[in-house]
Design a protein around this ligand. Structure first.
Ligand SMILES: Nc1ncnc2c1ncn2[C@@H]1O[C@H](COP(=O)(O)OP(=O)(O)OP(=O)(O)O)[C@@H](O)[C@H]1O
Ligand SMILES: [Zn+2]
Length: 488
């Protein structure tokens, strides 16, 4: 896919930790290790999840385009995510299992697979590794033991908590000082915690929890945050490159991930990237708020490529408001691009040899603009604007001249590489092609009807001529008991 023989050294990204754009320098030259916090699989994924997945999929694709080998690890949370951030309430998956009368693992698998289907429909590349929390209990226990050993965690009544006061760095990502956090959590210290801000690494499962494992502290289950520290370090190694996730995870989840890894003596992620939220009526779309539209529902009404186009049309760090109007304009925008590509492909059919040097240079300008935008913190709206520039250029050239084959191929390749490989668009046929196949289908019904009429009127010569003409363009007609059928 890459058009760059050497990894591009000029990529700049916004690091949440440093609160500014910084040059990206990988730990291992030519390689990028990325970890993305994935979904808790207890219900169908919604468009907010799609926003995050598409955002990081595009970042991954851009790195690939710029010549990097990417290891992309995206986890699946299938245990330990409780209703309430303060380590209370039921496990989200166990709660759903009771509701659906399923095994917890049946719930996790059911929604894991529906998530995978949604991701495939949105043309999101499969992660290199898709680790699940329940498959990494041993690694989580080992990390908790390291924390206890170093005095940053304590056991209490069969549960283990991270001792926030023992780790002054806690809060460095979100910029929350321990004293500020106090104000927000002026609740009484609950149960067995020493401090209200301490968070669970391991929870005692005595309360009839369905998902439980033996541990040095008795039967229990891991806290939500520990899985990500354990699995990212396992698969990406010390001081891996990029950790990503939704901005809503910055605190407490990512803060906890960092504290768990660093307090245990590990070098953690070197860059933090966060996508902003997809909102509806100004509010974050979320499962718990119930204001969501599932991906499956959206895809039953819209072309997946239009959904993807809508998502890449805004920058991953800005808020995207979801509305019918936004969809309508995405549909029109995507149609304009894909029609342009379709026209280029059609004109390649009878293009004269040679190329057009002036037009080649203009195409190159748009390619450069696209790449410059992507190098600058993955600025997809600017990159999309460059594609529109390319499309406008080609449309006007095609309206006035017969463009040579080499130039048409160059333009087509630019669309495929930038719009297709990097932004993940143009998969499964362009909108223009879909329209076309609808037209062909309707025309063929008319042709078959005419053929039936010839036969009814015993005009066999005419009917045969029709069939032979169709055969010349590769269409065969078969008579079945349900009437004539055509195929190519
Ligand atoms: N509206 C949204 N926009 C962008 N990213 C989102 C949105 N909703 C969820 N995400 C991201 O998806 C990931 C998993 O989210 P999660 O499964 O907690 O979904 P949720 O709808 O926020 O659930 P809940 O409301 O139960 O917390 C997180 O990284 C989160 O930031
Ligand atoms: Zn995580």
């Amino acid at each position: 896919m890459s058009t760059h023989a050497q990894p591009d050294p000029n990529i700049i990204l916004y690091d949440t930790m440093q609160r500014q754009k910084v040059p990206f320098v990988p730990t291992t030259p030519g390689h990028v290790g990325m970890y993305l916090c994935g979904p808790t699989v207890y219900s169908d994924a919604h468009l907010g999840h799609a926003r995050k997945e598409v955002a990081f999929d595009v970042i991954r694709r851009a790195f690939m385009h710029f010549g990097y080998a990417v290891r992309y690890v995206a986890n699946i949370t299938d245990v330990g995510h409780l209703q309430d951030d303060s380590d209370d309430g039921e496990d989200k998956i166990a709660k759903r299992a009771a509701l659906e009368r399923l095994e917890p693992m049946e719930v996790a698998d059911k929604y894991f697979w529906s998530f995978m289907d949604d991701m495939a429909a949105l043309n999101i590349l499969r992660p290199s590794i898709n680790p699940r929390a329940t498959g990494h209990i041993t690694e989580q226990i080992a990390l908790i033991e390291e924390l206890i050993e170093r005095g940053h965690a304590y056991e209490s009544a069969g549960s283990v908590y991270f001792d926030v006061r023992s780790w002054p760095d806690y809060g460095k990502l979100s910029g929350r000082k321990l004293d500020d956090q106090d104000v927000g959590t002026r609740e009484a210290v609950r149960g067995d915690k020493r401090d209200a801000r301490d968070f669970a690494l391991w929870k005692n499962a005595e309360g009839g929890h369905l998902m439980r494992w033996p541990s040095p502290w008795g039967i229990g289950f891991p806290g939500w945050h520990i899985e990500c520290s354990a699995m990212s370090l396992k698969y990406l190694g010390e001081g891996f490159d990029i950790h990503g996730g939704g901005l809503d995870l910055e605190f407490p989840h990512h803060e906890a991930e960092i504290a768990q890894a660093e307090a245990a003596g590990h070098a953690f992620a070197r860059y933090w990237m966060h996508n902003n939220m997809l909102t509806i009526g100004g509010e974050k779309m979320s499962k718990s708020k119930g204001n969501f539209t599932t991906i499956a529902d959206v895809l039953s009404r819209h072309d997946p490529m239009v959904v993807r186009f809508l998502l890449v049309s805004s920058h991953y760090r800005s808020i995207t408001e979801f509305s019918d109007v936004a969809f309508e304009s995405a549909k029109n925008g995507y149609r304009r691009l894909s029609e342009s590509l379709y026209e280029i492909e059609r004109r390649l059919g009878d293009a004269p040899d040679g190329g057009d040097a002036a037009l080649d240079r203009k195409i190159e300008t748009h390619v450069q603009a696209f790449e410059a935008a992507m190098r600058d913190d993955f600025n997809t709206p600017k990159a999309v604007a460059a594609l529109f520039g390319l499309s406008g250029e080609m449309n006007s050239a095609l309206a006035t001249e017969k463009v040579g084959r080499a130039t048409l191929e160059r333009a087509r390749d630019a669309f495929h590489t930038l719009g297709g490989d990097v932004l993940g668009l143009f998969a499964g046929g362009s909108a223009a092609q879909e329209d076309n196949s609808e037209v062909v289908g309707t025309l063929m019904q008319l042709v078959l009807k005419a053929r039936q009429n010839y036969r009814l009127n015993k005009q066999y010569a005419e009917s045969d001529e029709l069939r032979d003409t169709l055969a010349q363009v590769g269409v065969t007609v078969e008579d079945t008991k349900d009437g004539p059928r055509w195929r190519r």
